[in-house]
Design a protein around this ligand. Structure first.
Ligand code: ZN
Length: 374
């Protein structure tokens, strides 16, 4: 737990009022930052109790390692000692939907899961992206894999390049469940008992009527400068027990994405009649930043994740380059290093290789001699 009093934080100027409003009603209860070092093992297996299904006194039911935040998001060391193997197996099923929702970003940001940095293939295999060694430097390699050549669009005047492709379909309710599961996992033990209905909801494949209309999140799309390289969870608790508001709010910051929602179905909130009055007017917490964003802005939207129908979305990636610089581009033969007279044709881009600033690839040096067969 981070010392919340010692942290100075900011938000985008467009949300300053919203943050003040939210802070009037909610306190930060906990901030969980994904650790980069091995953590203590937790309770012995014989003493473990599953938070989600209540299983206990059964060390054999806690054989596998349960990640508190999915490993596919880069969490290597934060484990849950309150999740049995059966629940772990059931809840892990939703991770595919999360992966499909994220699309290319785990590859672009080099997030190491169980099997390293994933290779991304778009739906219908039009675009493939992978992390690879290119002339001695680690690079993000993205290429057109269909023969349609429609995915890359390059504007020579502005220098912007946009890559468009379809993500694999995800089921919105499963995305909601996996996010909710992370929220339920960071609850302190003393508050965990209030959320029995939510455990039932996320574990079951049954469609509950009382869930309809409540599976909404606020999703923020931040400029890449404000991304968090490892996931950060924020848990908020309402200041006044009597307030007609959900007791807990959760915010999850992963890379440039922030997901935020209240923890509905809390038994105390249900008992207090919170859900009897129809739609509750909820405050929302804007993204929390650790430096002044100045004039930077961010996009946000409310997403209703209540559907059980597969959703297919188009994703776009854009890069900007200095158009002035582009006029000086030359073509190099990658095998010999020879600079050729071939003009740069933006309409014919089929592959881009992008290095991070600190990578030092070594391209072949042309020695002036024509190699045979090159
Ligand atoms: Zn369980």
């Amino acid at each position: 737990m981070a010392d919340k009093k010692s942290i100075e934080y900011f938000t985008f100027s467009q949300y300053r009022e919203a943050l003040e409003h939210f802070q009037m009603h909610y306190d930060i209860q906990d901030v969980i930052i994904t650790p980069t070092e091995v953590q203590p093992k937790g309770k012995p297996k014989s003493e473990r109790v599953c938070r989600f299904c209540g299983r206990k006194n059964d060390p054999g039911a806690f054989k596998s390692v349960s990640h508190l935040i999915p490993e596919m998001l880069g969490n290597k060391y934060l484990f849950a000692d309150f999740e049995c193997d059966k629940c772990n197996q059931q809840l892990s099923k939703y991770e595919n939907d999360l992966a499909y929702f994220l699309g290319i970003f785990r590859t672009l940001f080099r997030i190491k899961g169980k099997r390293g940095i994933p290779t991304f293939d778009s739906k219908s295999n039009t675009v493939r992206a992978k992390d690879e060694d290119f002339y001695g430097g680690r690079a993000f390699n993205i290429e057109e894999t269909s023969d349609q050549y429609k995915s890359f669009k390059f504007d020579k005047e502005t220098g912007s390049c946009t890559i468009t492709y379809k993500k694999h379909g995800y089921i919105p309710i499963n995305l909601y469940k996996i996010l909710f599961k992370i929220a339920l996992s960071v609850l302190p033990q003393e508050d965990a008992g209030q959320h029995q209905r939510a455990y039932q909801f996320i574990l079951s494949e049954q469609k509950y009527d009382w869930v309809a209309g409540m599976c909404k999140i606020v999703y923020f799309d931040l400029p890449f400068d404000f991304r968090m390289t490892l996931p950060v969870c924020y848990l908020f608790k309402k200041r006044e027990v009597q307030a007609k508001l959900p007791t807990h709010f959760f915010m999850f910051h992963f890379q440039h994405m922030v997901f935020q929602f209240p923890l509905h179905y809390n038994i105390e909130d249900i008992r207090s009649g919170l859900y009897q009055t129809g739609e509750v007017d909820l405050p929302f917490c804007p993204p929390i930043l650790y430096r002044d964003p100045g004039t930077a802005t961010c996009h946000s939207e409310i997403r209703d994740l209540s559907s059980y129908e597969k959703m297919e979305e188009v994703q776009q990636m854009s890069f900007g380059m200095d158009p002035e610089y582009l006029t000086q581009l030359g073509a190099m033969n990658p095998e010999t290093g020879e600079i050729t007279g071939i003009a740069f044709k933006p309409d014919e881009i089929v592959r881009m290789v992008i290095y991070e600033g600190d990578e030092k690839p070594e391209f072949p040096k042309f020695n002036g001699r024509k190699e045979s067969g090159s």
